[in-house]
Design a protein. Structure first.
Length: 182
């Protein structure tokens, strides 16, 4: 009976995933992740142009400097998350981690932009803002992938749970094996 359940699940789950049609193909996910890597590399090179010393000389509070350092750290974490997701694109927790790290980095950078505009170079702040804005399409595609993947995982869970319940019911209704008398 357990083998039958296993065989059914192995056969049914890929068909269920194909029927949903919502989850991007592995090829599309890899292209998205490659685009994220390129974008984070570009962002890293622009962030490196921020001169925190010049900001401090122009009266910037230390908060902007710590936020700039935090943004660099978050960017490094984002790169690591994207690399992990590239190795296992079907893992929902890895996709969520990459998405949340991207949001955290963008949130921190929004404050850094303000400091740069006021205390360093408004043109560089605009360039950095533009690079982040260019990434919005990738962020939206990643968000959609996460939504589609979560729907697929939920459907897989429901199918497995339904089949497990059916097997339990079948096992409960089978007559107990008779003991041999000596």
């Amino acid at each position: 009976m357990k083998r039958a359940l296993l065989v059914l699940m192995i056969i049914a789950i890929p068909h269920l995933a194909a029927q949903t049609g919502g989850v991007s193909s592995e090829w599309d996910v890899r292209r998205l992740l490659d685009a994220l890597v390129v974008q984070t590399d570009h962002l890293k090179s622009v962030i490196a142009q921020v001169k925190t010393d010049a900001m401090v000389e122009n009266g910037a509070p230390q908060t902007y400097i710590s936020q700039w350092k935090t943004a660099q750290t978050e960017l490094t974490y984002l790169q690591g998350s994207v690399e992990s997701l590239a190795k296992q694109p079907e893992r929902l927790p890895l996709a969520l981690d990459a998405f949340f790290r991207m949001q955290a980095m963008e949130s921190t950078l929004a404050s850094v932009f303000e400091g740069m505009r006021k205390y360093q170079n408004p043109a560089l702040a605009d360039l950095l803002q533009g690079v982040v804005n260019e990434n919005s399409t990738n962020r939206d595609r990643l968000r959609q992938y996460i939504q589609d993947l979560s729907v697929q995982k939920e459907q897989e869970f429901q199918l497995a749970d339904k089949e497990a319940q059916r097997c339990r019911a079948t096992l409960l209704h089978e007559p107990a094996p008779r003991e041999r008398r000596k």
